[in-house]
Write a protein that binds this ligand. Structure first.
Ligand SMILES: [Fe+2]
Ligand SMILES: [Fe+2]
Length: 144
C-alpha cells in the first residue's frame, strides 16, 4: 500500500498527460471557421504544457525509483469547434479531480517519503494549478 499505490496513481497521471498532449495536438488540426487560427494556437500551447506535465510525472516516478509508464489513457474524439472545447474542458476538470486524489494518497505516505515528499507535492500542485488555468481558458473560449 502507500508508496506502491502512489506509484500506480502517478503512472495513471502520466498516461493522462500522454493522452492530453496527443488529443490537443489532434484537435488543433480539426478546427474550422473564422476563429480557427487563434484556437489552434491556444490548443497547441496547452499541448506544450501537457508535455511538460508528463516530464514532471516522470521526475516524481524517478524520485520513487519507479519505471514511468509508456502507455496512453484512451482519448476523446470530437470534431466541431464547440465539441472540441467542451470535451477538453471536461478532461481538464476530471484531471484536477484525479490529481487531487493523488495528493491525498501522497499525504497518507508522508512518513514513508521523508526525503521525497515536498518534491512530489510541489510538482503535483504545479500541475493542478496549470490544469485549473487550462479549464479557465477553455471556459472563456466557450463563452461560459
Ligand atoms: Fe496536464
Ligand atoms: Fe491541461
Amino acid at each position: 500500500m502507500g508508496k506502491e499505490k502512489l506509484i500506480e496513481l502517478l503512472n495513471k497521471g502520466l498516461e493522462l498527460e500522454h493522452q492530453a498532449e496527443a488529443q490537443y495536438l489532434s484537435h488543433a488540426t480539426l478546427l474550422s471557421g473564422e476563429t480557427a487560427d487563434a484556437l489552434t494556437e491556444r490548443l497547441i500551447e496547452i499541448a506544450g504544457d501537457e508535455h511538460k506535465h508528463a516530464d514532471l510525472f516522470r521526475k516524481c516516478l524517478e524520485m520513487l525509483d519507479a519505471a514511468p509508464s509508456i502507455k496512453m489513457a484512451p482519448g476523446h474524439p470530437a470534431k466541431a469547434n464547440k465539441d472540441i472545447l467542451k470535451i477538453n474542458l471536461k478532461d481538464e476538470r476530471d484531471a484536477v479531480d484525479f490529481y487531487r486524489t493523488i495528493v491525498a494518497e501522497l499525504q497518507t505516505c508522508r512518513a514513508e517519503l521523508k526525503y521525497e515528499y515536498e518534491y512530489i507535492e510541489h510538482k503535483l500542485r504545479h500541475i493542478i494549478m496549470d490544469e485549473e488555468e487550462h479549464a479557465l481558458e477553455l471556459r472563456t473560449l466557450l463563452g461560459e
